[in-house]
Ligand binder design. Structure first.
Ligand SMILES: O=C(O)C1=C[C@@H](OP(=O)(O)O)[C@@H](O)[C@H](O)C1
Ligand SMILES: C=C(OP(=O)(O)O)C(=O)O
Length: 407
């Protein structure tokens, strides 16, 4: 547990931060690099989820444990189904064993993969045995997790006839699919994405390529809030590109309504402030950017904004049930919260309850979002080390904005 408080005198008027590479981009590119060693990478993420995947891709272990890393679990299921020469067990944390994987396993089995459930039908742990994938077309439901679709896309160029992926129903977390498609094209693969159909053509090899991974935009979302709530006037953030592949680059547009003006200079973002009247009531649909839900909800809470958030259907199967976790912890601070399976509505109190212990449910985004409460009142955060999953330098970076740990 750590207790946080705000020391405004510690803030400089201007500063710079380097955030490490996007975990989503890194984990896609590590799988591609393992299949096509011609690809080399720069600015790889230092997140635990990326380190775990990197270690697994280099090891010859028969029991593979990915911990809490959802992308590693899903991407490796497809990768091992294609690639393993011996039977392997793919497992994760207790929570990972409650996160569904049936849509992906069904799709891979329909292509000829040999995968069995070791515990509960539809959930990890999995046993994956060597097989030969000969088919070239697959159908799968697109509304549960986009990661299943990305997993298939990443192995598709290694299949003899490539892969035609037919998406059934509403597509969730869509920008993560365009990210996969754009990164694959940048690496030299032939990918076509039209409405509900993705085609990936077979590639024996690609020409040598060095790819620089853009830094993580979801991580940047916490820094935008810290910048907004502190007295800092100018901040430079790197490495960010004007044409981002990450849907969470939406934060640029979102924070404009709070007076943060973002400009690009070479590979840096420059954040500056202008005076605007903040919104009092916000309606948001986060179906495209689910990982921003906690950042935006806590921002609303600390600024006294009434929020109606929809598009949260995937939040129940992430690191924790994020809808219920948000409700419980926001209520401790004084908010009035109503939830459904895919919405969160709340009114914020005029002043926040001080010194509350915020539970983090082994979810990095709970810890990072609720740490931002410290700008208004002192707060205690359970298990602060959870941030390592995506942003190991979070606590160090937050200090620049005057957030101090009380001894
Ligand atoms: O492909 C990816 O890198 C991700 C896709 C999203 O998951 P869903 O598609 O399951 O919503 C997102 O929440 C996750 O943090 C990373
Ligand atoms: C949901 C997340 O990750 P994953 O699904 O990859 O565990 C996240 O980082 O917020």
């Amino acid at each position: 547990m750590i207790q946080l408080s705000f020391a405004p005198s510690r803030i400089k008027s201007s500063d710079s931060l380097k955030i490490s590479g996007s975990k989503s981009e890194s984990n896609r590119l590590l799988i591609l690099q393992s299949l096509y060693p011609e690809i080399s990478l720069q600015n790889l993420s230092n997140s635990r989820d990326t380190l775990v995947l990197q270690e697994v891709l280099l090891s010859k272990e028969r029991i593979i444990d990915v911990g809490h890393a959802g992308t590693a679990m899903r991407f490796l299921t497809a990768y091992l189904a294609l690639n393993t020469k011996t039977p392997v067990i793919l497992q994760g944390s207790n929570r990972m064993h409650q996160r569904p994987i049936e849509v992906l396993v069904d799709a891979l089995q329909s292509l000829g993969a040999k995968i069995t459930y070791l515990n509960n039908q539809g959930y990890p742990p999995l046993k994956i045995e060597p097989s030969v994938i000969t088919k070239g077309e697959v159908y799968l439901k697109a509304s549960v997790s986009s990661q299943y679709i990305t997993a298939l896309m990443l192995i598709a160029p290694k299949l003899n006839n490539g892969l035609k992926i037919n998406l059934i129903g509403k597509i969730t977390s869509f920008p993560y699919l365009t990210m996969t498609s754009q990164l694959m094209k940048q690496a030299g693969f032939d990918v076509k994405f039209n409405n509900q159909v993705i085609r990936v053509f077979s590639s024996k090899s690609v020409s040598s390529k060095q790819i620089t991974i853009e830094s993580d935009w979801t991580s940047a979302s916490y820094i935008y809030v810290a910048f907004l709530l502190s007295s800092m006037q100018k901040l430079r953030l790197s490495l960010y590109f004007q044409n981002s592949k990450q849907g969470d680059a939406y934060v640029v547009k979102f924070f404009k309504q709070f007076g943060i003006i973002t400009s690009y200079y070479e590979n840096e973002l420059i954040l500056e402030k202008e005076n605007v009247a903040f919104p009092k009531h916000l309606q948001l649909d986060l179906i495209q950017t689910p990982d921003l839900a906690q950042t935006f909800a806590v921002l609303g809470l600390v600024l006294g904004i009434k929020m109606d958030i929809k598009g949260l259907s995937t939040l129940k199967i992430k690191e924790t049930d994020r809808i219920e976790a948000l409700k419980s912890e926001m209520e401790k601070l004084g908010a009035q919260v109503k939830t459904t399976v895919d919405t969160l509505k709340f009114t914020s109190p005029t002043s926040l309850q001080p010194n509350q212990l915020i539970r983090t449910y082994q979810d990095h985004r709970m810890a990072m979002a609720f740490a931002l409460v410290a700008f208004k009142t002192s707060v205690k955060i359970e298990a602060p080390e959870v941030v390592e999953k995506s942003y190991p330098n979070f606590w160090r970076d937050l200090q620049k904005f005057g957030i101090q740990e009380l001894a």
